[in-house]
Design a protein around this ligand. Structure first.
Ligand code: ANZ
Ligand code: ZN
Length: 857
């Protein structure tokens, strides 16, 4: 007896038992209710970090809980394995991206397995497996056929040193993030996915996602950005330039501000700019100049406003005889609206910055509430709030929305434009001039154009004999891979050398998991059974891109007949981050927690460096990151405290949506708890101890049922930390109960429940406890403890007491108390007594469990 609990010995042994019994192997069994729980699959960077531990511990809790509750649970794992870091490693360390990636996967797989996750590992795949991306190529061609995929010329950020296209996020202060070279804008023919086709549907679908965080839905709605506006053609004051006989079309969402217009502006790559530059060398030079520099939205909003007056003028539609100059401006984008705007400086900050810089007029036309029209002047800040229209002839006095309607109606009557709904969402550019990605399965033929790779030639597999010694796309310079015969005419042709954005790979993996070896990209029967994912878990940083792309691809696959659902994730949970104190030495260099010892001296916390003994300064707790060295290695934690203690700590420390501050004392607390639990089981006597106090036994059983109820509800509602707090309480209750009074049967019953309740959190320990109770089988295969609602009920409840409808106190009464008993208890309460003093009770209204009201005179 009293063997000390030893996770080092127990944990691998229990994992082996799960493996041997194949308990987590999932069958597609349409006769059982299903539950699909999925954590966002990891990028194989090399090691798992504490953030992974938390994310997967949460998913595993849900998976084990739902399995015990009788669901057929799907809980798979895979790898989001394409992408730049593998190529960077190849360039820096002369290793092949493939070798680097699969080595990392092998390493992280064994680390994840150590976590004891209830995953069906037979379904594992990596997106860089040809067996996966080949199926992606297959449906890509269907999307192409159905025009959800197309090619067009577009402006890209071009890094002239690395010879590559950069994503907006890779342009930092106008320079390439790797090379540091000034980024140029360049026109390239790129592949796009028509996400805008579903703009409205993606927006409306958000209303159906009741189990998504409100915040994420809002972020997606903003990203899609539907706005009602007006396409308006300004007639030219002089002869219309060639090709512009209908006028210059602008797009505006604020037609109510038309009387405040002081200029018109077009994008640098607007056709009219090109035309005007033909006989204006200064303009041509200007265009060249602004074609440098990043094109990210943040750059445009905060960057310096640059403009050039083309000398062309247009007529104001509402002000006869008045004209506006047409400028070229760097903050007007070609691929939004019509690539042209009218500027109203008083009510738009960018227009105001521009007007102040070039000395253009500023006319206020929206008057804020309770403001004197004569005194209202805009200075450095545009007014974008609510108000009434003024200085605007027939729009005067109207509110903004009404004025918009009126302006649109008038422009339509004049035949100068039409009201339009426009989305901020743009089509998704999926071309990457990179090696380590899914090859786009088409062939270019001079005679036949773009020819899909025939079915029997899929997958188009990446060639392995590539080099990274020079910048640019290795596929582009591969000696043979690119040169193929046209499948259509048999002539010489070129293989597409662009690969797909890795967000494409992660936009359908959840559907592939339902039958990962299917011959078709998606086995419809399996997907119909499993989809949608019931619970998706991941970081808030994916609120827009990944989660929106996945919703889009699901719709596109649905439209092509691959899937029945339109929404991939019925429930979404975004977990908080892991943080840790930061430490700095005397030189101001970060010191890692593993090298720091913190001690308490007279209430003050002091830290010193273990390796050198020197004092270090304790800083704020911040998100764990390599740059601040405030990380802890999961492997070290597992070695010291065991996997279950780590799981318990990350699940119990804070509400799952909040950050967890990692601390040694915290994980030590979890470690002590696992020992307390084990000691209880270990101390259960083999012989029967009779019950000598019925009420003590009943009380213990009641506490057990109440705990099952509370934990069940907590796990169901993603309140893991408060559910675990109930487990702590219960363990104390059991420990302090006297087995000489309750007898061993009640104790055994309580511990049987406890083993079941801790199984989703500390699964290895739970198995050990289950065995200790004398069971041969696995607790992982057991049903969830069942509570009796009558026993789980509280004995007493709190009843608010009012006097003449005002709350004056509260009383605690036994469940099922009669009205007379309730009344008596209330009249004995000191607070109530004070408020009733000197009055006469006319009536007593009692609604049991709700309220008591004394009506007095
Ligand atoms: C006149 C105006 C007056 C505007 C005013 C705003 C405020 P959202 O709401 O984001 O869709 N705009 C239109 N096309 C543009 C382009 N290609 N590049 C840069 N800006 C463009 O933005 C719509 C507003 O953004 C439009 O309404 C237009 O400026 C500008 F007090 O028209 B507005
Ligand atoms: Zn051909």
């Amino acid at each position: 007896m009293s063997a000390r609990y030893n996770p080092k010995e127990t944990e691998p042994r229990q994992r082996q038992r799960w493996d041997d019994a194949q308990v987590f192997l999932t069958q597609n069994d349409p006769n059982k209710p299903k539950y699909y729980v999925l954590e966002m699959f990891p990028y194989p960077s090399g090691r798992i970090h504490m953030g992974h531990v938390r994310n997967y511990a949460m998913g595993d809790l849900v998976a084990r809980f739902k399995r015990a509750r009788g669901f057929n649970v799907l809980h798979p794992m895979g790898w989001d394995a394409f992408g730049m870091p593998a190529e960077n490693a190849a360039m820096e360390r002369k290793i092949h991206p493939k070798g680097w990636t699969y080595d990392n996967i092998a390493n992280m797989r064994s680390e994840l397995k150590r976590l004891g996750l209830s995953i069906d590992w037979t379904r594992e795949f990596a997106t860089c497996d040809p067996a996966y991306y080949g199926k992606q190529q297959k449906w890509f061609l269907d999307l192409l056929k159905n025009e959800f995929v197309y090619r067009r010329e577009s402006q890209v950020n071009w890094d002239p040193v690395d010879q590559t296209v950069l994503a907006n996020e890779q342009v930092i202060d106008g320079r390439g993030w790797r090379s540091g070279a000034l980024v140029e804008k360049k026109k390239l023919t790129q592949w796009f996915m028509r996400i805008t086709h579903f703009a409205d549907d993606l927006l409306q679908g958000l209303d159906t996602l009741e189990r998504w965080p409100e915040k994420v839905r809002l972020m997606q709605a903003n990203w899609i950005g539907r706005s009602r506006g007006l396409r308006l053609r300004f007639p030219f004051a002089d002869t219309a330039p060639q090709g512009f006989t209908d006028g210059l079309e602008v797009y505006t969402t604020r037609p109510d501000t038309l009387f405040g217009a002081s200029f018109v502006a077009i994008a640098a790559d607007h056709p009219l700019a090109d035309l005007a530059a033909k006989n204006n060398p200064d303009l041509a030079a200007f265009l060249k100049q602004i074609n440098k520099g990043g094109v990210s939205q943040a750059d445009i909003d905060t960057g310096e406003k640059l403009g050039f007056n083309t000398g062309i003028t247009v007529k104001h539609p509402f002000k006869p005889g008045e004209t506006l100059d047409v400028w070229v401006a760097n903050f007007v984008l070609m691929d939004y609206g019509t690539g042209a705007i009218f500027g109203c400086p008083a009510h738009d900050q960018r227009d105001l910055d521009f007007a102040r810089k070039y000395g253009l007029s500023v006319t206020e036309v929206v008057l804020p509430p309770n403001t004197d029209a004569a005194a209202f002047k805009v200075a450095d800040e545009a007014y974008t709030g609510p108000g009434h229209i003024f200085n605007s002839a027939f729009l005067d006095g109207l509110e903004i929305e009404a004025a918009k309607d009126k302006a649109i109606e008038t422009i339509e009557e004049m035949g100068l434009g039409t009201g339009a709904t426009v989305f901020r969402l743009r089509d998704w550019g999926v071309s990457r001039q990179r090696y380590w990605g899914c090859p786009i399965p088409v062939i270019h033929c001079d005679d036949c154009g773009v020819v899909p790779v025939p079915d029997d030639q899929l997958p188009v597999v990446l060639p392995e004999d590539v080099t990274f010694d020079v910048p640019g796309n290795p596929l582009e310079r591969h000696p043979t891979w690119k040169h193929v015969k046209c499948p259509h005419c048999g002539g010489d042709a070129r293989r597409e050398t662009d690969t797909l954005d890795t967000f494409v790979d992660s936009s359908w993996y959840f559907a592939r998991f339902t039958d990962p070896t299917a011959d078709a990209p998606i086995n419809k029967t399996a997907a119909d059974y499993w989809m949608p994912v019931d619970q998706y878990i991941g970081g808030i940083e994916h609120a827009v891109l990944h989660l929106l792309y996945a919703r889009f691809i699901t719709r596109a696959l649905n439209a092509c007949g691959y899937l029945d659902v339109k929404e991939p994730f019925a429930g979404l949970f975004t977990q908080g981050m892991l943080t840790h104190e930061t430490y700095k030495d005397a030189n101001g260099d970060w010191v890692e927690p593993a090298d720091v010892e913190v001690s308490n001296a007279d209430g003050a916390r002091l830290a010193k460096r273990i390796s050198t003994g020197e004092a270090v300064k304790i800083g704020d707790s911040e998100k764990m990151s390599k740059s601040k060295k405030n990380t802890v290695a999961p492997g070290d934690i597992f070695d010291t405290y065991g996997v279950d203690s780590a799981r318990l700590f990350v699940l119990s420390d804070s509400p799952p949506e909040r950050d967890v501050q990692w601390s040694t004392s915290g994980v030590e607390g979890s470690w002590r708890f696992t020992h307390r639990v084990w000691d209880l089981f270990d101390a259960l006597p083999a012989e029967n101890i009779p019950c000598t106090d019925e009420s003590a036994a009943a009380e213990l059983i009641k506490a057990a049922h109440k705990t099952v109820k509370a934990v069940t509800e907590g796990f169901e509602g993603f309140r893991f930390n408060s559910a675990i707090a109930k487990l702590y309480e219960f363990v104390t209750t059991v420990r302090t109960s006297d087995i000489a009074k309750t007898g061993s049967e009640a104790r055994r019953q309580a511990l049987t429940f406890l083993a079941g309740l801790i199984a989703p959190v500390t699964p290895h320990l739970a198995e050990e406890c289950w065995t200790r109770l004398g069971h041969d089988g696995l607790i992982a295969a057991q049903a969830w403890p069942h509570f009796d609602p009558a026993l789980a009920q509280d004995d007493v409840y709190v009843l608010p007491v009012q006097v003449n409808g005002k709350r004056r106190g509260e009383i605690t009464v036994p469940n099922g108390a009669t009205e007379a008993e309730i009344r008596e208890t209330a009249l004995a309460d000191e607070d109530v007594k004070r408020h009733l003093a000197g009055t006469e009770i006319r009536k007593v209204i009692i609604v049991p469990n709700r309220i008591l009201n004394f009506v007095v005179g």
